[in-house]
Ligand binder design. Structure first.
Ligand code: FDA
Length: 402
């Protein structure tokens, strides 16, 4: 039977990175993936340019039922280390927005970099290959795979989250974790567009394609999230970075609060315009907001837009302003796993070591990357978690004496 110090299941971001480091530490490593191609999610990420990390990463950029868990791994493998690796491989990159780093050319460069790191560690790769059974035993694990059985001194599960099933996402890692006694924090689609019932959405459906900067928030106290980003109207609901970010915090039954005009006190502006402006209300409002949006809002509230500003009542202007700046609306769901960029939830970190990602229940078993209950914001944070958790794990793996 084939025997390795380490078997890593899942050749995505975390699995490839972990395998490369472990191999370069002198461990014999087998990397298994059921897909034909490695790292499909890296390939499609960042619109094909992979937002591979963020210059500014801290625990506050992540969600988890155990928020302090990610601190150690993030501190021991900061984004500067990954940036250094990218530079060492000669990959050109640029900063787009809020510290987000993208390849100048293609995400394929990140994949090739990870494969070169694996080659430097003499990592063996079985692909496509499925694992039908995992048996913990004295001194390690026995795996039945579609390429035969294999013994592993240590086992790393890097099978990722549930989003985008058509490119290889599976719940295999979560099922294995559960079968071996681990708690699972309920998986939910995150970084995903939100949808609204047809009745709620009817007045806004014609705004599809319109985008504007907003402040969006949801929840209260520790569960509260707030983001200042662009929002995009779609035929079925809302999308854009603001909504993707807030979707990770949104819980069913909770409203969103949106300020569609974050840099102005609209009521003051409109009241001031009563004396200073000869415009109609619709024209005045369209000087503050995209004209289509201004029109839709007036129609929705039944306010006559052709009224001269001087004839508008303060009361009406205040209602209009508060509707625009404190818009409260209740999503009826999300676009689901098909469109979600990541999974919220996963293997409960309270049963893992934050130093090595090793299970506290099954010695030698490790979980890294998105399968773990650590979910990053939009902006390169999810890849940084994949790199950091993989590095923590790879450095903690035991080297077997020869
Ligand atoms: P990942 O999903 O990368 O890898 C899991 C691997 O396990 C896959 O290769 C899969 O085939 C394999 N696998 C699954 N089940 C298996 C089984 N039963 N047996 C064997 N193999 C199995 N993040 C970011 O930071 N910046 C970005 O720009 C983007 N952009 C982006 C765009 C889109 C469209 C998506 C869907 C996601 C992103 N992300 C992102 C998120 C990011 O891609 C994600 O968080 C990481 O890829 C997670 O890395 P993992 O290695 O944990 O899983």
């Amino acid at each position: 039977m084939n025997e390795f110090d380490v078997v890593v299941v899942g050749a995505g971001a975390a699995g490839l990175f972990c395998a490369g480091i472990a191999g370069q530490r002198g461990l014999s490593v087998l990397l298994i993936d059921h897909a034909d191609k490695v790292a499909e999610k890296i390939r499609i990420s960042g619109g094909g340019r992979c937002n591979f990390t963020n210059r500014d990463v801290g625990p506050a950029n992540f969600l988890s039922d155990n928020p302090a868990f990610c601190r150690s791994a993030l501190a021991r493998y900061p984004s500067q280390d990954f940036i250094g690796l990218v530079k060492a491989h000669g990959i050109a990159f640029h900063e787009k927005h809020k510290g987000q780093l993208f390849c100048d050319e293609s995400s394929e460069q990140v994949i090739q970099m990870l494969l070169r790191e694996c080659a430097a560690g003499q990592v063996q790769r079985w692909q496509p290959c499925t694992v039908s059974e995992v048996r913990p035993m004295a001194g390690g694990f026995e795996l039945d795979t579609s390429r035969g059985s294999v013994k592993a001194g240590q086992l790393v599960i890097a099978t990722g989250g549930l989003s985008i099933p058509k490119i290889g996402a599976s719940d295999w890692g979560l099922r294995l974790a559960k079968r071996l006694g681990h708690r699972i924090v309920e998986p939910r689609p995150a970084l995903v567009p939100l949808t609204f019932s047809p009745q709620v959405w009817a007045p806004f459906a014609e705004l599809a394609g319109l985008s504007l900067p907003v402040i969006v928030s949801t929840g209260a106290a520790k569960q509260r999230g707030q983001f200042s980003e662009d929002l995009l109207f779609t035929h079925r609901g809302l999308s854009g970075p603001a909504i993707l970010q807030i979707s990770s915090y949104w819980l069913e039954g909770q409203p969103l609060r949106i300020n569609l005009l974050p840099d102005t006190t609209l009521a003051d502006e409109l009241r001031a315009a009563k004396s200073g402006s000869k415009r109609q209300l619709d024209t005045e409002l369209a000087s503050q907001l995209p004209a289509r949006l201004a029109k839709a809002w007036l129609a929705r509230l039944g306010i006559e837009g052709t009224r001269p500003m001087a004839d508008c009542k303060d009361k009406d202007l205040n209602v209009l302003a508060s509707q625009i700046q404190q818009w409260e609306l209740l999503p009826d769901g999300s676009e689901g796993w098909r469109k979600a960029e990541v999974m919220r939830g996963g293997v409960d970190t309270r049963q893992l070591s934050s130093q090595s990602m090793e299970s506290q229940l099954v010695p030698g078993l490790h979980f890294i990357g998105e399968v773990v209950d650590v979910t990053g914001w939009l902006g390169g944070y999810n890849f940084q978690w994949a790199w950091a958790s993989a590095a923590a794990c790879a450095r903690g793996l035991r080297v077997t004496p020869q």
